[in-house]
Design a protein around this ligand. Structure first.
Ligand SMILES: NC(=O)c1ccc[n+]([C@@H]2O[C@H](COP(=O)([O-])OP(=O)(O)OC[C@H]3O[C@@H](n4cnc5c(N)ncnc54)[C@H](O)[C@@H]3O)[C@@H](O)[C@H]2O)c1
Length: 408
C-alpha cells in the first residue's frame, strides 16, 4: 500500500485520479489541499482523510517533513510550478498534470530540479500509457513500415469541447492559462516526439481566433437571454445535459438541477460563446522537422463534430493509419493486404491512459520495476515544441528549437 497527497481536487485530481484510487487497494490519499470547501470535503469524506489533513492550499502540506510516498499535483496550469519544486525538494515522486508549467522557463526549472531530487516527475502525458499508442509505438519501433519518414497528425477538439474549455472555460485565455498548443497539444507534441524518436529541430506554425469573438455576436451576452438557442450548436442546453458527467460536472461542485441552473444563469459557462474573454486560437497548423529528418504536420482544430485524434505515419515500406476514437490501427505494408489491429480496451479517460499512468505512478511509488515511460527531462521536449510553435505563430518565422532554448 502506498500513500499520496492530492494537491488540487478538481476534475483531474478528484474525479479522475481520485476515482482510480477509490477503485484500487494498493494506493490511498492521506492528505488533500483544495481551496474549494465542497470539493475538499468530498475528497476527505470519500477517502477517509482526517480533519487535520485537509488544507486550503498546498503550502502547509509541503512544509511538513516528507510523510507520504508521492504527490499528485492537479492544480491549474499556472499553479503547477511552486508545489512541484517544493515536492521535489522533499524528494517526493510527483505525478504532475500537463503542462508542467504554462511558462517555459518554469518547465525547464522543473526538469532541472528533478535532477537534484530523489523524486521523479511523471508528467500526465496520458496518451503514452494507452494500449493504442503503445501498440502504435511498438509497430514503428519494430520497423513494420520500414524507416519512418513523415507523420500527419490531426487533433479534432470537437466543437462543444472547444466551446466549453477554450471559449467559456479554464483554458480560454493565454495569460490566465496557456496558449492552445501548449494547453491542449503538448500531448500531441509528446506523441510526435516519441514516434519520431528524435528531438525536434525546427518548427513553424500558423493559427487564428477566427470564429469565437464578438464580431459574430447577435447581441446577446448570455445563453439564457438569447433568441437563437435552438439553432446554435454551442447553446448551453445542448452541452450541459447530464448531471455528474463531464462537462456539466466541471461547472459547479453543486451537481443538483438547481446548482447547475444557478451556475448557467450566473457563472462563466452561461456566457454566449461570442461574448467571452477568450483569446486562444480556434484553429492552428504546425509543421516540424526532427533531427533524424522525420517531418510532421499537425492540425489542431475546434471545428469538428467528434473529439478524436487521427494520425497517418508514412514509412519507407508502408503506412499506418490511426483513429483513436475507433480504437483502430490500419497497417498497410506496400503491396500486401492491409491489417486491421484493434488494441485492448481499458476503461477510463483518454482510452485507458488515465488508468495506465496511475498504474505506472503506483509502480514507481512501490519501488517496483519502473514502468513509467517518462520523466521531467523527456517531457520537456513537448513543452519546448509547443512554446516554440506559439512563438513562430506570433512572430511569423521558423523557430530552431536549440536556438529557442538557448535564448529563453
Ligand atoms: N492529462 C490530461 O489529459 C489533462 C486533461 C485535462 C486537464 N489537464 C490539466 O490538469 C490540470 C487540472 O485541470 P482540471 O480540469 O482538474 O482543473 P480544475 O479547475 O477542475 O481543478 C484545479 C483545482 O485546483 C484547485 N486549486 C487552486 N489553487 C490551489 C492551491 N493553492 N492548492 C491546492 N489546490 C488549488 C482549484 O480550486 C481546483 O479545484 C490543469 O493543469 C489541466 O491543464 C490535464
Amino acid at each position: 500500500m502506498v500513500e499520496v497527497i492530492l494537491i488540487g481536487a478538481g476534475d483531474r485530481g478528484k474525479d479522475r485520479y481520485g476515482a482510480y484510487i477509490e477503485n484500487h487497494d494498493h494506493i490511498r490519499i492521506i492528505a488533500v489541499a483544495e481551496p474549494n470547501p465542497m470539493k475538499r470535503e468530498a475528497v476527505m469524506k470519500k477517502h477517509g482523510i482526517s480533519e487535520e489533513m485537509g488544507f486550503e492550499s498546498w503550502e502547509p502540506l509541503l512544509e511538513k517533513e516528507k510523510f507520504a510516498d508521492g504527490v499528485i499535483i492537479a492544480t491549474s496550469d499556472a499553479d503547477h510550478y511552486l508545489p512541484t519544486l517544493e515536492a521535489l525538494k522533499k524528494d517526493y515522486h510527483v505525478l504532475l498534470e500537463k503542462p508542467m508549467s504554462n511558462r517555459i522557463e518554469e518547465s525547464i526549472a522543473i526538469a532541472e530540479a528533478e535532477k537534484k531530487s530523489k523524486g521523479q516527475v511523471l508528467v500526465c502525458h496520458v496518451l503514452r500509457y494507452t494500449p493504442l499508442y503503445q501498440k502504435l509505438k511498438a509497430l514503428v519501433s519494430e520497423g513494420k513500415i520500414g524507416k519512418l519518414q513523415s507523420i500527419q497528425h490531426n487533433e479534432n477538439i470537437g466543437y462543444y469541447h472547444f466551446a466549453h474549455s477554450f471559449v467559456r472555460g479554464n483554458w480560454r485565455n493565454t495569460t490566465e492559462s496557456s496558449p492552445l498548443i501548449l494547453a491542449k497539444s503538448c500531448h500531441d507534441m509528446d506523441i510526435l516526439y516519441w514516434l519520431a524518436d528524435s528531438p525536434c529541430k525546427s518548427i513553424q506554425s500558423f493559427g487564428h481566433l477566427s470564429h469565437f469573438h464578438k464580431g459574430n455576436s447577435k447581441g446577446f451576452e448570455r445563453c439564457s437571454e438569447c433568441a437563437y438557442t435552438d439553432s446554435c450548436p454551442f447553446a448551453t442546453k445542448k452541452i450541459y445535459t447530464t448531471l455528474n458527467m463531464w462537462p456539466t460536472s466541471t461547472i459547479t461542485p453543486d451537481q443538483t438541477p438547481d446548482g447547475v441552473h444557478h451556475a448557467l444563469m450566473n457563472g462563466p459557462y452561461g456566457r454566449c460563446v461570442y461574448h467571452c474573454d477568450n483569446d486562444v486560437v480556434d484553429h492552428q497548423v504546425t509543421t516540424m522537422c526532427f533531427e533524424n529528418q522525420v517531418t510532421a504536420t499537425f492540425n489542431l482544430c475546434a471545428f469538428t463534430n467528434d473529439i478524436s485524434r487521427t494520425i497517418k505515419l508514412m514509412g519507407s515500406e508502408g503506412t499506418i493509419k490511426v483513429k483513436d476514437a475507433k480504437n483502430e490501427i490500419i497497417l498497410q505494408r506496400f503491396n500486401e493486404p492491409a491489417e486491421i489491429i484493434i488494441p485492448d480496451v481499458v476503461q477510463g479517460g483518454h482510452g485507458g491512459g488515465d488508468v495506465g499512468i496511475m498504474n505506472a505512478f503506483s509502480q514507481l511509488l512501490m519501488g517496483k520495476k519502473n514502468q513509467s515511460l517518462t520523466n521531467g527531462e523527456t517531457s520537456l521536449m513537448s513543452h519546448l515544441m509547443s512554446c516554440a510553435a506559439e512563438t513562430s505563430r506570433l512572430k511569423h518565422k521558423i523557430v530552431d528549437i536549440e536556438e529557442y532554448k538557448t535564448n529563453i
